[in-house]
Design a protein around this ligand. Structure first.
Ligand code: GLV
Length: 367
């Protein structure tokens, strides 16, 4: 049967994947309130379309950190993609490149930076977890630079792993025939068996819980790559991020996998955008499944968005072709949304094209 929207891939992935693997990708933390809310919040934002505007030509191109891409839709980092499909990270890298957009490779990928770079040309970012061993971090960042990655997305919401109960029940562990390839040879490539979630134990033993703003400064001293802070949800931290001199912010709640009951990212976005006052670009991920979602994020001030699970589930379902199709469907839907709202270019996607629940009513109540 023909796939007509991004959401349909999840059911196919669920059928194809071992339960432990599907649950790992699909789960949110604890009650999964934020997981639901990341989606639900979009449905509370409505459009204020303008009419009778010539939309026969629509330009979705944009420039991210100086790199020109075909649309403001990019791929978020997601871990261990060979569990989803044998081609794993290669397939996602190729699909992103074919769509003319950016892929972000996870630190915990099952293919390393050099292997992903060798799939061909493409603009790629590298997501970084800061491990306790700073030599390992410095080496990895240098390898990413040499392999041609263009930015570091520093994850800042994971001093410890969120409590994902399905992973605990399943005793989630990276199947033994895979390795965390970026750490191969450093004795950090395997996860030890644990009597809860193997990933949670891995994070406890390897990820630096003491990470703080001074380490953001440190990271700037060891790389010339631009740094995006991934996991900002408040105006306070957005201001500190600007002061710390980072090149951009990704408003993210880690796909609702870390602290439950944080707001949907689309609800937190405008607070961050206002705090930043245009000094650095702000991006958002979390729950984006439709072109209308992309439009809403841009209207609230995002310079671009990232999708995570849609890439994972389409990869699991149909490999590279699946990921290509997801990117194409989001592109087509976004273009249609622009046309039906009267926007010909991204700069025309202004705040007045949407109505958010926190806006004051525009129609005067009848007295
Ligand atoms: C990895 O970043 C995860 O959230 O599992």
């Amino acid at each position: 049967m023909e796939i007509t929207n991004v959401m349909e891939y999840e059911a196919i992935a669920k059928e194809k994947l071992p339960k432990m693997v599907y649950d790992y990708y699909a789960s949110g933390a604890e009650d999964q309130w934020t997981l639901q809310e990341n989606r639900n919040a979009f449905s509370r934002i409505l459009f204020r379309p303008r009419i009778l505007i010539d939309v026969s030509k629509i330009d979705m191109t944009t420039s991210i950190l100086g790199f020109n891409i075909s649309m403001p839709i990019m791929i978020a980092p997601t871990a261990m993609l060979k569990m989803a499909h044998p081609e794993g990270e290669y397939a996602v890298a190729r699909a992103a490149s074919a769509a003319g957009t950016i892929m972000t490779l996870s630190s915990w990928a099952t293919s390393n930076v050099e292997e992903v770079a060798s799939t061909g040309p493409g603009i790629r970012f590298f997501q970084l977890y800061v491990m306790k061993d700073r030599n390992v971090v410095a080496q990895l960042v240098r390898r990413a630079e040499r392999a041609g990655f263009k930015a570091i997305a520093l994850t800042v919401d994971t001093p410890r792993l969120g409590r994902r109960e399905a992973d605990i029940k399943n005793r989630f562990n990276l199947p033994p025939h895979f390795t965390l390839k970026n750490f191969e040879g450093l004795d950090l490539g395997k996860m030890d068996k644990a009597d809860d979630s193997g990933l949670s134990s891995y994070v406890s033993s390897q990820v630096d819980q003491s990470l703080s703003w001074k380490d953001v400064k440190w990271l700037q001293t060891i790389t010339h790559l631009p740094i995006l802070l991934k996991g900002v949800l408040t105006a306070e931290d957005a201001r500190l991020a600007v002061e710390a001199g980072v090149s951009g912010i990704i408003v993210s709640n880690h796909g609702a996998r870390q602290l439950d009951y944080v707001p949907a990212t689309i609800m937190a976005l405008e607070e961050v955008v206002k705090a930043v006052q245009g000094r650095i670009p702000v991006f958002v991920d979390g729950g984006i499944r439709r072109g209308t979602d992309v439009f809403k994020a841009l209207a609230l001030g995002a310079s671009g968005i990232f999708v995570g699970r849609p890439a994972v589930f389409s990869l699991a379902a149909h490999g590279e072709a699946g990921v290509r199709k997801v990117l194409q469907m989001l592109r087509d839907e976004f273009e249609l949304t622009m046309a039906l709202s009267g926007c010909r270019s991204l700069k025309e996607i202004t705040r007045d094209r949407i109505l958010a629940p926190w806006d004051s009513p525009r129609i005067a109540p009848r007295l």
